[in-house]
Design a protein around this ligand. Structure first.
Ligand SMILES: *[C@@H]1O[C@H](CO)[C@@H](O)[C@H](O)[C@H]1NC(C)=O
Ligand SMILES: *[C@@H]1O[C@H](CO)[C@@H](O)[C@H](O)[C@H]1NC(C)=O
Ligand SMILES: *[C@@H]1O[C@H](CO)[C@@H](O)[C@H](O)[C@H]1NC(C)=O
Ligand SMILES: *[C@@H]1O[C@H](CO)[C@@H](O)[C@H](O)[C@H]1NC(C)=O
Length: 163
């Protein structure tokens, strides 16, 4: 009787873990699809029937998306609100595309972000100060864009910035 209880508890716990892992990756997947659908330029040819971790430019660790690297793939237009939902993201690269408009405010939610490469686009507007107060940021490259204004004063001096 006790063994049965333990066994059903284990099975339940296993399923619970499986579901929570799956649903977080599912949220990552939805965010990636929102990005794909919202951005202009050359389409991102991701096989939506396959797991998101197999998609071009997407890298996962422990079942979550930790890196998104889409350098020079012909993306244009403004970035939609989507990337802020990739809550385990550590590396984000959109360098050398033709993206424009302001940086979306949901970037502020990327608290694990370490590397941000946005150089060689046409982003405009003020550089949001929250970029420089992301707690884990190591490197930011915003060079060759069309930002106005100046680098905020509260920039973390440990962060390597190329603006
Ligand atoms: C982002 O997450 C919020 C809260 O879970 C959800 O309401 C929203 O639809 C998500 N957006 C995208 C683009 O996945
Ligand atoms: C897309 O992924 C599914 C599932 O992995 C696979 O069966 C199918 O062949 C893939 N399609 C293409 C066009 O690669
Ligand atoms: C950041 O995440 C929080 C909690 O998930 C959410 O309520 C908020 O809307 C997000 N902010 C942005 C700018 O997406
Ligand atoms: C950069 O901004 C200026 C002034 O707002 C504008 O005239 C110019 O067309 C922009 N350049 C690009 C490449 O977007």
């Amino acid at each position: 009787m006790k063994n049965t209880t333990n066994l059903s508890f284990s099975v339940f716990f296993f399923l619970f873990c499986l579901i929570s892992v799956t649903s977080d990756l599912e949220a990552d997947r939805r965010a990636l699809i929102a990005l794909r659908d919202g951005v202009h330029g050359r389409p991102l040819l991701w096989n939506l029937s396959a797991p998101p971790c197999t998609w071009g430019g997407v890298q996962c660790d422990s079942g979550r998306v930790t890196a998104l690297r889409l350098p020079g793939v012909g993306l244009s237009g403004p970035l939609p609100i989507a990337i802020g939902n990739l809550t385990k993201l550590e590396t984000l690269s959109f360098r050398f595309n033709a993206l424009n408009g302001p940086l979306p405010p949901d970037f502020a939610n990327l608290t694990l972000l370490r590397y941000l490469y946005l150089q060689g686009n046409a982003f405009s507007g003020e550089i949001p100060s929250f970029l420089f107060t992301l707690p884990n940021i190591i490197r930011i490259n915003l060079a060759q864009n069309n930002f106005s204004g100046r680098i905020p004063d509260n920039v973390n001096s440990a962060t390597r910035k190329e603006l």
